[in-house]
Design a protein around this ligand. Structure first.
Ligand code: MN
Length: 420
């Protein structure tokens, strides 16, 4: 067979509203609103620059079931550019943009194939030869609870490379709605060579070969829980049907969380300097993209008290925003979260002649010595041996048990010292 290359993208969420952030800053909000459009343009550029033979999009082209006209016009604009380069596009719709959603009367170029609700095959031709065959199915409505994958048909018994295009939740990923649920085994049981999936926004390859099963992730992160680079997969298929995947970032605004510990710091100014340094590193890692950062303050130390005083946190955030500016590319502090704890001298507390002292001493013994530990193990056995938890909980080994006891001591000390 003839070697070829295609691009696999999903979850474009064009015209995503970025709800929570619109109040923060006009310029940032405007930039964010453009981000999904620009990432889509980058996808189109990628297909053209990499000389892809075709593009597949595995659902959630649009963010809302009622597609805005602007989003539809931009989608058409990109597909038209591909068509002008002779690159066909194959699309299925997912839970965010099911077939029943509203759309304006905007016809897509002839080289675009949109799959209906029932799995059907479409041939990909190049120089009058069928180079690949794609089977896809769109969501008719938002909540598809049935396993669609198992309704996919085996391809004809020839050596044309076959692709399954589907928006689905493989293996019940709890971070995403359980739409079109299926398993890796379901997919592998159908003789399709490459499963081009969408729905899970974090890129992952579930199986490398025969079949290859992959989620490219979304093309543009949309909130702090979608951090890091986002993009699409360039897929090369050689003359023997062997697949090679290469990820290409397409995002224009990147989300990151940086963590700064207060341990061993005694000067608030130094802490702010440390945050600045971490932001500089994040900025250079982002490779010229705009960056939205959530700063997480962690650890125990004397600065805990100062961070909790008055408007300290929001004033630090404002100062950092001022010093990093709103230029391009920008670094915008989305929020500073304070997860710090007070510095506790746990040995001093354990030496105290009161209830807390007694219980910390007892827990300390349980952490370090045989008899106490065995008593504790016996008490915990009812949990770890119960049939309800047997499948999900393993009894802790020695090291794990010590860690749990130690964590409990600190937790207890914080609770009693009133800073939890
Ligand atoms: Mn999605």
């Amino acid at each position: 067979m003839q070697p070829f290359r295609f691009v696999h993208a999903a979850d474009l969420h064009i015209d995503s509203p970025f709800k929570g952030l619109l109040k923060t800053d006009d310029a940032i909000a405007k930039r964010l609103h453009e981000a999904t459009f620009e990432a889509y343009q980058n996808l189109i550029d990628l297909c053209i620059n990499e000389h892809a033979d075709f593009l597949v999009i595995a659902g959630d082209v649009y963010d809302g079931a009622d597609r805005g006209v602007r989003a539809q016009l931009r989608f058409r604009e990109g597909l038209t550019r591909l068509s002008d380069h002779g690159i066909p596009t194959f699309v299925v719709h997912g839970n965010h943009d099911p077939l029943e959603g509203w759309s304006g009367s905007i016809r897509l170029p002839a080289l675009v194939h949109t799959f209906g609700a029932e799995p059907e095959w479409a041939d990909v031709r190049s120089n009058d030869q069928v180079i690949a065959r794609i089977q896809g199915a769109s969501y008719p409505h938002r909540e598809v609870r049935e396993n669609i994958a198992i309704t996919f048909a085996a391809p004809p018994p020839d050596d044309v490379f076959s692709i399954g295009l589907l928006h689905c939740n493989v293996g019940g990923d709890p971070a995403h709605d359980d739409y079109a649920p299926c398993t890796v085994d379901d997919l592998a049981s159908i003789p399709i060579d490459y499963w081009a999936l969408g729905h899970v926004h974090t890129r992952r390859t579930l199986r490398e070969h025969r079949p290859t099963i992959a989620y490219p992730g979304n093309t543009q992160g949309r909130h702090p829980n979608e951090p890091g680079e986002r993009g699409a997969l360039v897929v090369d298929v050689d003359g023997t049907g062997r697949v090679e995947l290469a990820f290409r970032p397409l995002d224009v605004v990147r989300w990151e969380t940086i963590e700064v510990a207060i341990e061993g710091r005694f000067d608030l100014g130094e802490l702010v300097d440390a945050v600045s340094e971490a932001l500089d590193i994040a900025r250079s890692d982002a490779g010229g993209r705009d960056l939205i950062v959530r700063v997480l303050m962690t650890g125990r130390g004397p600065l805990h008290k100062e961070l909790g005083h008055g408007e300290t946190l929001s004033e630090i955030a404002e100062e950092l925003r001022r010093s990093f500016g709103r230029g391009r590319p920008f670094v915008w502090i989305e929020r500073i979260s304070d997860e710090t704890r007070a510095e506790i001298d746990i040995d001093m507390l354990a030496g105290r002649d009161d209830f807390l002292g007694a219980i910390l001493r007892r827990a300390g013994t349980a952490r370090d010595e045989g008899d106490e530990r065995e008593e504790l193990r016996a008490a915990l056995a009812s949990v770890f041996n119960s049939r309800r938890f047997a499948d999900v909980l393993d009894a802790p080994d020695d090291e794990e048990l010590s860690r749990i006891i130690d964590e409990a001591r600190w937790e207890l000390a914080s609770l009693f010292e009133g800073d939890a």
